[in-house]
Design a protein around this ligand. Structure first.
Ligand code: HEM
Length: 159
């Protein structure tokens, strides 16, 4: 059993994170990991937060590669993210150009839940749990907007 509980983020909090178990990537292997990333982006691009992401397919492919290799690095994979895609990743800076309220984070995590449920027969549940816990806590770092304020993205959506 994996517990996909989502706790509420408070804007500006930066709770300490624990990295996922290496067993998560070891079970999926890089190819399975990238399949999971593809599944996640298919869902996110069809979700209520799709408007955050570019329309251009090539850009999305690049984001998938960068995002996938960064996430694999966090799961104990090699450092290809840094060598291939250049430099450091700053979680806050990468996301600060978007207005991300906690409700967007909850939607984002909801896509992850579906993706992780789909691999429950392939990966040990304790390893999925460790990955979920990392996503759930680390995603709190990028919440930079109050839930009830309308954002530029909300306004764009109604146009
Ligand atoms: C654990 C939490 C998260 C991590 C570690 C993370 C990490 C990343 C990474 C590595 C990329 C690729 C950046 C690049 O191209 O170099 C990315 C892109 C992106 N992320 Fe996140 N992310 C997280 C949560 C979220 C959440 C909650 C949202 C909610 C909306 C979000 C929205 C985006 C968007 C819109 C992009 C595309 C940026 C662009 O257009 O270049 N992310 N993220």
């Amino acid at each position: 059993m994996v517990n996909y509980t989502i706790t509420t983020a408070t804007m500006g909090e930066r709770p300490e994170i624990t990295l996922p178990n290496k067993g998560f990537l070891e079970a999926l292997k890089p190819s399975g990991f990238m399949e999971m990333i593809n599944h996640f982006y298919a869902l996110v691009l069809d979700s209520d937060i799709a408007y955050f992401f570019p329309d251009d397919e090539e850009e999305i492919e690049l984001i998938k590669k960068r995002n996938g290799s960064y996430f694999m690095m966090m799961c104990g994979g090699d450092e290809r993210y840094l060598t291939k895609f250049g430099g450091q990743f700053d979680q806050i800076k990468t996301h600060e150009m978007f207005s991300i309220p906690d409700k967007a984070r909850v939607e984002w995590l909801g896509c992850w839940q579906i993706v992780l449920e789909a691999i429950e027969d392939k990966v040990a549940h304790k390893d999925i749990q460790s990955y979920w816990n990392w996503l759930e806590v680390f995603s709190k770092h990028i919440v930079n907007y109050e839930n009830d304020r309308s954002t530029y993205e909300d306004i764009a959506k109604t146009k």
